[in-house]
Design a protein around this ligand. Structure first.
Ligand code: MRU
Length: 349
């Protein structure tokens, strides 16, 4: 992305600068967070969203939460840090990158426990920026690996937003599209609108159009028809958490899309950094699925579209079974036909 989704402005006493994604595509506005509450709210309300970007926000939020803590010893400092971590961890449950980043910040503090507290704070600041920098690099590599799977003249379908807006760099699924496009392999991209919050319509079509890519927007229920018409050569999506088996949680609707792709023999790819793997979880059924407000279903961009009082079920994610995934693309390489053995070899090898 030419405009970073999330960055740090200033030095140790600076602030996080984020694109408010709830306002796109109508308005490109930034918010500035200089405390943990602001960051929690930004994650919770999807001002910042997408698994890797949530991880970066959590790391910066941790630093913001401990920057002004004044205690006399490391144990008290670490207790405060744990409080900040637990608080930020309540913002959203599914994207493991959030918890991965919080744990990384805790490990950093522990690694420097014998240093003066101000020095530990500096190390935590640097760690948050390091997480941002690493994410930029890994999204580039994901793009390079992923492009090798895309044939010349391809039409690709994508879902939700796994682009620059969702990461510190080029994205995951969209990084694959950008890299393949640079190699002259992409003719066109079909974007599913992605109800309820329309990340596909609002964010992905905006982002791809900014990059000069030929975008066609469809409603989610048009995907099967478009695949039956043989218009799609590959589906590429991101992920919020991948179990050791290769089962991958992603935006609600991804599971259905993977079934449709399988039925039409269209390769279905998941692109994600290693920080999205949760090797403590064997299978996708163990992944916690966030449930969000009924209003996200009964309203579309502020307009009520269902009767007041109707019962609503609003799971924000579903799980793509590994057997529906042709390959998982990471910054460390590609796992074809993922299963526990192959995933472990790549992630832990
Ligand atoms: O609820 P969201 O918008 O945070 O959901 C985002 C997704 O499902 C993305 O596909 C996923 O986080 C991968 S982003 C690189």
């Amino acid at each position: 992305m030419s405009i970073p989704t999330i960055e740090w402005e200033g030095g140790l006493d600076g602030k996080a600068k984020l694109i408010d994604q709830t306002l796109l595509p109508g308005e490109l506005k930034f918010i500035y967070c200089d405390n943990k509450e602001c960051m929690w709210e930004a994650i919770k309300t999807l001002r910042v969203r997408g698994a890797p970007a949530i991880g970066i926000a959590a790391a910066m939020g941790t630093y913001l939460g401990i920057r002004d803590v004044s205690v006399n010893n490391f144990n008290d400092f670490f207790l405060k840090l744990k409080e900040v971590s637990s608080y930020l961890g309540t913002a959203r449950p599914t994207a493991v990158n959030l918890f991965w980043a919080l744990e990384r910040m805790e490990h950093t503090a522990q690694a420097f426990r014998t240093e003066p507290l101000d020095t530990i704070k500096e190390f935590l600041f640097e760690e948050a920026l390091e997480i941002l920098g690493e994410d930029r690099d890994s999204s580039k590599k994901i793009g390079e690996y992923g492009a090798t799977l895309i044939p010349k003249g391809s039409t690709i379908m994508t879902y939700c937003n796994a682009g620059g807006l969702a990461t510190g760099g080029y994205g995951t699924a969209l990084a694959v599209i950008y890299a393949a496009k640079e190699q002259g392999k992409v003719n066109r991209v079909f974007v599913c609108e992605t109800r309820p919050l329309l990340q596909g319509a609002r964010l992905t079509s905006w982002e791809l159009m900014q990059a000069g890519i030929d975008v066609t927007l469809i409603c989610d229920n048009m995907a099967a028809h478009v695949m039956a018409e043989k218009k799609i050569d590959a589906v590429v999506v991101g992920s919020d958490r991948i179990a050791a088996s290769g089962d991958a949680a992603n935006k609600i609707g991804s599971y259905g899309l993977s079934i449709i792709a399988k039925e039409h023999k269209v390769p279905f790819y998941v692109a994600a950094p290693i920080s999205t793997f949760d090797m403590k979880i064997e299978k996708g059924s163990e992944i916690p699925i966030e449930e969000r407000s009924p209003d996200e279903v009964t309203f579309i961009t502020g307009h009520r579209i269902a009767p007041e009082g109707v019962k609503v079920y609003n799971p924000a994610f579903d799980v793509i079974p590994a057997e529906n995934i042709r390959a998982i693309i990471t910054e460390k390489g590609i796992v074809k036909e993922p299963n526990t053995e192959r995933v472990k070899k790549l992630v832990e090898g």
